[in-house]
Design a protein around this ligand. Sequence first.
Ligand SMILES: Cc1ncc(C[n+]2csc(CCOP(=O)(O)OP(=O)(O)O)c2C)c(N)n1
Ligand SMILES: [Mg+2]
Length: 279
Amino acid sequence: MKNFRLKVFQRASICRNFDEIVYQQLKHKEINYPTYLSVGEEFISATIAQVLADKYIEPDIFIQHRGHATYLSFEGDIVELIDELLGRPSGCANGMGGSASIQCKEKNIFGHDGLMGSQVPIGVGSCYVSNKPTVIFVGDSAAEEDYVLSSIGWAATKNIPVLFVIEDNNLSILTEKKVRRSWEMHNVAKGFGVNAFNISDDPHDIKKHLEIGKVFERPLLLNINTIRKYWHAGAGIDDENVFDRYEKEMNDLGDDANAIHEKNKIYLSALWQRQLEKQ
Ligand SMILES: Cc1ncc(C[n+]2csc(CCOP(=O)(O)OP(=O)(O)O)c2C)c(N)n1
Ligand SMILES: [Mg+2]
């Protein structure tokens, strides 16, 4: 199990170190348009990517605006993401998508159009036609859209190989879930007859529920609770003291994780530096 956790940590560490550099670039105004950092939420996509890689499954992936970690966990090209954030034609969305609409055709990662939740009916329709394993990431707020709920119902009816991942950071910009709704996504999905669980972003918990939920044998929904460390958009922090899964994993895993963290920090700094010097 330690080996699995380290492999997940390696993916999460790429995401964390990448977005920590983006944070600095935002502060120094090298990037000066809305940017959505994944910091704090990395273990959702890192774990799912690792579990599927171990099974040799290459899914179609539909992401939302907060997609840096998803893109990087599923091994989207790092330099193309840097260039995208710098608004260059060599970026993964030709420099026209920006942070919110990143994509990687080689890794079957489809970018977002900015309409909250639109990726769910699009992803379900795509899965219905392709019958390929498909993972759809959606925020706890975007999941409230009517077209998201009806798409989950359709997936249940057609029994397609789709995994819905609710990235539940409890927030819609700044509005908490309890203000917005009296119900939970996993209960709604269960109502449709979909296997559904409400879990933490602990890698072991996610891995276990992908197995129990029989991922891709039938539709599965995981509502994964997580913590957004920084502001909704841009570089800022409201509370220094929130729980940080990354710190916990690094402490638990010890020297091996520390070494991974330091190596990735140097590696990503060098990549960013090289791209910035090209300006
Ligand atoms: C249909 C629609 N409604 C509202 C918005 C404005 N909006 C942009 S991001 C956002 C919050 C999204 O929250 P969530 O889905 O939980 O994702 P998170 O930002 O927490 O990762 C909202 C309301 C939008 N882009 N599209
Ligand atoms: Mg949210």
